[in-house]
Design a protein around this ligand. Structure first.
Ligand code: CP
Length: 336
């Protein structure tokens, strides 16, 4: 059966620990295997990227393989993902043909397809990623969809392990103000993976910026079965108390999908209070500062925090490379 990497939730804690061990071996230089030798992976980007694109291309190369980068509507044809549509509009090719053709050239396909922030009920089901999954004959890697960014979350869990050692940590995911509403994939996946790894998780956000209800039930169940705690709070200062990891990210409210101006009006009140600054970091237990990047300085986090010795954002970005090599080695190393 085809194995994909679409959400960390599809992988057990032991499997995720195995991927982190593998990533650490790649990072230390203890694993120089070439499981992609002579083979190619397709990387499909509907949206811009620095880290994901560069680290996947470099990772494929370092595993002995080749990466084919495609940008639908740019360097490849515009893509339709809905079934049964009369394609007389602006879409030239259907995912049904696109992914099966790529599967004849490549051993796997990575895809990035952000939320459009237009229709919450539709986008929370990840329709484009699911269309790829429906038609693909080769393993898929989610390079950030509307709901999940598992490669980022795996690198994040690797970074926590690397900086603080194994075992349960007090991990804070804090919302931050941003001039525009942003997708929820990163906070969703960070919270889910932290729960899976058995960390004590605090999620802080203003009222109205709750994460997806179904996902939160899953996160609550996973923290409980790991014997860890889950706290959701609207108090941005108390949230920092005793944190060992501070993970900042802005996200949009599901209530305002399709109405970005309303979200911008709502969030305006939170601009000053929700920045990660030196005062908040002083409440932590020598907490490390993490962010997936790109980050807006002095909006999400002050220069003083991101430039301090507490900040691990560059190591975190480096770990994307090692984590994704571990994922590719796992998915494609077993293929004959
Ligand atoms: N963190 C992350 O996914 O970065 P890019 O959007 O640059 O790929």
């Amino acid at each position: 059966m085809r194995r994909d990497f679409l959400s960390t939730g599809d992988w057990t804690r032991d499997e995720l620990e195995g991927l982190i061990e593998s990533a650490l071996r790649f990072k230390r230089g203890d694993d120089n295997s070439k499981p992609l030798a002579g083979r190619s992976i397709a990387l499909v980007f509907f949206n811009p990227s620095l880290r994901t694109r560069a680290s996947m291309q470099v990772g494929a190369f370092e595993l002995g393989g080749n990466a084919v980068v495609l940008e639908p509507g740019g360097t490849s044809w515009t893509l339709e993902h809905r079934d049964g549509v009369v394609m007389d509009g602006d879409k030239t090719e259907h995912v049904a043909e696109f992914v099966r053709v790529l599967g004849r050239y490549c051993v796997g396909i990575g895809v990035r397809t952000f939320a459009a922030l237009k229709n919450w009920e539709e986008e929370r089901r990840d329709p484009i990623l699911n269309a790829f999954a429906k038609y693909s004959d080769v393993p898929l890697i989610n390079l950030e969809s509307a709901m999940h960014h598992p490669c980022q979350a795996l690198a994040d869990m690797m970074t926590v392990r690397e900086k603080l050692g194994a075992g349960r940590k007090r991990v804070l995911l804090t919302w931050a103000w941003h001039p525009k509403p942003l997708p929820m994939a990163v906070p969703n996946s960070f919270a889910l993976a932290a729960a899976q790894m058995g960390h004590d998780l605090v999620i802080a956000h203003p009222r109205g910026y709750e994460l997806d209800e179904e996902l939160m039930r899953d996160i609550a169940s996973k923290t409980e079965s790991a014997g860890a705690s889950l706290t959701v709070t609207n108090d941005v200062d108390e949230a920092f108390d005793g944190a060992e990891v501070v993970y900042a990210k802005s996200w949009g409210s599901s209530r305002f999908y399709g109405a970005p101006e309303e979200d911008m009006d709502e969030r305006a009140a939170h601009r000053a209070a929700w920045i990660v600054d030196e005062q908040k970091m002083a409440r932590t237990r020598a907490g490390v500062f993490m962010h997936c990047l790109p980050v807006r300085r002095n909006v999400i986090v002050t220069d003083g925090v991101i430039d301090s010795s507490s900040s691990v954002v560059i190591d975190e970005a480096e770990n994307r490379l090692h984590a994704q090599k571990a994922v590719m080695a796992n998915l494609f190393g077993r293929q004959k």
